[in-house]
Design a protein around this ligand. Structure first.
Ligand code: GYE
Length: 327
């Protein structure tokens, strides 16, 4: 068997196995009237972060609750796996395809195939840069530019009284992904008016703890003076904290840290003074996705862009929110 055929088989098997686990039983409302249960094919990015785990659980729980059959496929952060999963959903004639695109570019071909098969597509969490807006019906997710801007705005306030140079290192998310692109540009925009802010090093940590730690270790070696770390997500910040501590420095004090997501582990680190500011990104999109898919299936017009409500957290606010934080 060729390598390609073997890979396709494995991907197919993954979809099948996950379908078996993800199919919700129960008597939901999805089939009301039509006598046909709604089936959604969902291609997830991977399991790279605490945010992602919470997002997956939210979607699986919501499908169960809504009586929706969910065919769930994990792409392990690879676009080729997502394309395979989408093709397999088309073959299986699901009612709606939803996916969180790992990167922004390169989707037109497969989305045209879905369109030709008359299967509506909903984007969740991350956007695509496709010029042809007819290739998807709606995009449900956060405003990442705004998140980056909130991180930058905090920095501007935090260093308002400082006149000397402020050296920043940046841990970027997955290269080519919407949150990495947008969190970088939103942040850059917020600090650009003040020349004292210098991004002295910026590199991808792929949204994972392991990579965040590794890249921070390299930054600590190559940069003589680091004042601030801006991490595009909490997992990378948490990995970087380990690197900073192993280098004999105090995270949150010697190096200030601003991050994005607002997961429980980051709130714990904040309560210990290791992260200074966290911009929330809400992963609990499941219920909204089910609602949206039902409307799309019923032929109702839906909003093309649905933004998630989000806030920001100081260490005091994070400490207070910690006992009730769901993810
Ligand atoms: O911030 C990060 C995850 O796309 C918003 O992906 C999501 C990002 C999230 O891996 O933790």
């Amino acid at each position: 068997m060729s390598k390609r055929a073997a890979a396709a088989l494995v991907a197919g098997a993954m979809v099948a196995v996950l379908t078996a686990c993800g199919s919700g039983g129960g008597s939901g409302s999805a089939d009301k009237g039509s006598g046909h249960k709604l089936t959604i094919g969902f291609s997830q990015v991977g399991a790279e972060s605490g945010w992602r785990t919470a997002n997956t659980k939210s979607i699986q729980d919501a499908a169960k609750k809504a009586g929706v059959t969910l065919k769930f496929s994990d792409a392990q952060q690879k676009q080729e796996n997502q394309i395979k999963a989408i093709r397999s959903f088309i073959q299986q004639k699901v009612d709606v395809i939803a996916f969180s695109p790992v990167v922004e570019s390169g989707w037109d071909t497969v989305l045209k195939e879905a369109k030709a098969a008359h299967i509506p597509v909903i984007l969740t969490d991350r956007a695509v840069d496709s010029k042809d807006e007819s290739l998807y019906v709606s995009f449900l997710g956060s405003d990442f530019v705004e998140e980056g801007k909130k991180a930058g705005d905090w920095l501007v306030k935090e260093y308002a009284a400082t006149s000397g140079e402020v050296n920043i290192v940046q841990l970027e998310g997955t290269t080519g992904s919407a949150p990495a692109n947008d969190r970088k540009s939103g942040f850059a925009d917020a600090i650009k008016g003040e020349p004292k802010f210098k991004v002295v090093a910026s590199q991808t940590g792929d949204f994972t703890r392991a990579k965040g730690k590794e890249v921070m270790q390299a930054f600590l070696k190559s940069q003589p003076k680091i004042d601030v770390l801006y991490a595009h997500n909490d997992d990378m910040a948490l990995g970087a904290i380990q690197a900073i501590e192993e280098a004999g420095k105090k995270p949150g004090t010697d190096i200030k840290i601003v991050s994005v997501d607002g997961v429980k582990d980051a709130f714990t680190a904040m309560s210990q003074g290791k992260i200074n500011y966290d911009v929330e990104c809400n992963p609990l999109l499941g219920d909204q996705l089910m609602e949206l898919a039902k409307k799309v299936k019923a032929g109702e017009t839906v909003e093309r862009r649905i933004k998630t409500e989000e806030s920001t957290f100081t260490p005091e606010q994070a400490t207070a929110a910690l006992p009730n934080r769901q993810y």
